[in-house]
Design a protein around this ligand. Structure first.
Ligand code: PMP
Length: 431
């Protein structure tokens, strides 16, 4: 057993002062049991905890750390910039540069507004869509996550396929009821919502590759057909690329599929690990935002120079030759190794992957939507998680969070992870 005394002490202290001991729920490890490791520092693909243990990290801050942690280029730029002040409440050249860079990579991003998180970006996108169309309704897909704004913290439960039920206490039914739920990739379900109220739905919001029910790739043609459906009903298509943006290519997944969404939301990688989000899209929609237009949106720290410089440097590094080829190769190597480990162990399961995003599902042969994801064996996942941790591998502490591979993960890291997976599957015993 690795010693985690200091983490345990910190957890007890944190529990006394921070609700649930954490500042974001998944960090509490409720889905896998035990108390979380408190992180001291991270470098490259490695995470070091308060007790001095080191782990190969597949959380990667849930997406931003695509270059690896504390990349020298990004860290140096942030340190230099910090000497010039942290935020001014006034515009800077850097914000213009980041917006231009995003526009250069994503043609649909004709104009860009920087915010502080993916949640804020999604919230603002909905407000723009509702203002532009004069309609209240939103269609979202079961199992897609778009942050914790009231309207989007809704998914279908059984018997609630037509009108949303809130996923959290404190969300008025009247707000949740404006959110219609469709099964991921079911065009029929979306069409049914549009048929029921052809002039009531402002927008459909989608993760073009889902990464919050585990990784799920849509079937070919899905996004294009969804786009066509929104054209037919004069509604907007909002692509949530908070995870997928700059993760699978230099730009967005939607663009590579030939779809130009009305609005795109971004976050994570474009801030290089510092707080950021962005809503971007067609000029006439984006110009609805204050002070140009009537849709109010603001932020004391929006576009702050530290987040923006970290984002610019991260994007510059990603633009270099061979980065996405390396991420694909590392993801593929890990996928093959995990598949072989599963087969060797004779455990039921499957691996879903998109580039450097990956999920090993236990107890299911395939996962194409949230309904299938919910049938995964979370108890086995929890055992696997703990066995991997004992072997120095830090996985996301939930069956439904993607593993993130970075440019800092070497072939040796991946091979060590595969070896640990084989040992862990042995250690958790026969099915
Ligand atoms: N959209 C997606 C697809 C996400 O994965 C997340 C967060 N993981 C968000 C939006 C919300 O971003 P944030 O946590 O920065 O508010």
């Amino acid at each position: 057993m690795v010693s985690v005394n200091k983490s345990n002490d910190l957890f007890i202290r944190a529990n006394g002062i921070i609700p649930g001991a954490v500042n974001s729920p998944v960090r509490a490890w409720k889905a896998v049991g035990g108390s979380p490791l408190f992180v001291e520092r991270a470098q490259g693909a490695r995470l070091y905890d308060a007790d001095g243990n080191s782990f190969i990290d597949y959380v990667g801050s849930y997406g931003p750390a695509i270059l690896g942690h504390a990349h020298p280029r990004v860290a140096a730029a942030v340190a230099r910039r910090a000497e010039q002040g942290f935020s001014y409440g006034a515009p800077t050249r850097l914000e213009v540069e980041l917006a231009e860079r995003i526009n250069g990579a994503i043609p649909a991003a004709e104009k860009v507004r920087l915010v502080n998180s993916g949640t804020e970006a999604a919230m603002t996108a909905l407000r723009i869509a509702r203002a532009a169309t004069g309609r209240p309704g939103i269609v979202k897909f079961d199992g897609c996550y778009h942050g914790h704004t009231d309207s989007l913290l809704v998914r279908a439960g059984s018997g609630a396929m037509t009108f949303g039920v809130p996923d959290s206490a404190g969300i008025p039914e009247a707000v949740a009821a404006q959110t219609r739920i469709a099964q991921y990739c079911s065009l029929e379900a979306v069409a049914r919502h549009f048929c029921a109220e052809p002039a009531g739905i402002a927008a459909v919001i989608v993760e073009p590759i889902a990464a919050n029910m585990g990784v799920v790739r849509p079937p070919p043609g899905f996004l294009q057909s969804l786009y066509d459906l929104t054209r037919h009903y004069h509604a907007l298509l909002i692509c949530d690329e908070v995870i997928s943006g700059f993760r699978l290519r230099y730009g967005t997944v939607s663009e590579s599929l030939g779809v130009s969404p009305d609005l795109v939301i971004l976050g994570k990688i474009i801030g290089g690990g510092m707080p950021i989000g962005a809503v971007a899209g067609r000029t006439e929609l984006m110009d609805l935002l204050a002070p140009e237009g009537p849709v109010y949106q603001a932020g004391t720290l929006s576009g702050n120079p530290l987040s923006v410089i970290a984002g610019i440097e991260t994007l510059c590094a990603l633009e270099g030759a061979g980065t996405y080829e390396q991420l694909e190769a590392s993801g593929a190597r890990l996928e093959t190794g995990l598949r072989n480990a599963l087969a060797r162990s004779a455990r039921q399961g499957c691996v879903n992957r998109a580039g450097s995003l990956l999920t090993l599902f236990f107890g299911v042969d395939r996962v194409r939507n949230a309904e299938e994801a919910r049938t995964a064996d979370t108890a086995v996942f929890a055992k696997f998680f703990r066995a991997m941790l004992e072997r120095g591998i830090y996985l996301p502490p939930s069956q439904f969070e993607a593993m993130f591979v970075s440019l800092a993960h070497t072939e040796a890291d991946i091979d060590a992870t595969i070896a640990a997976a084989n040992e862990s599957l042995d250690a958790i015993g026969a099915p």
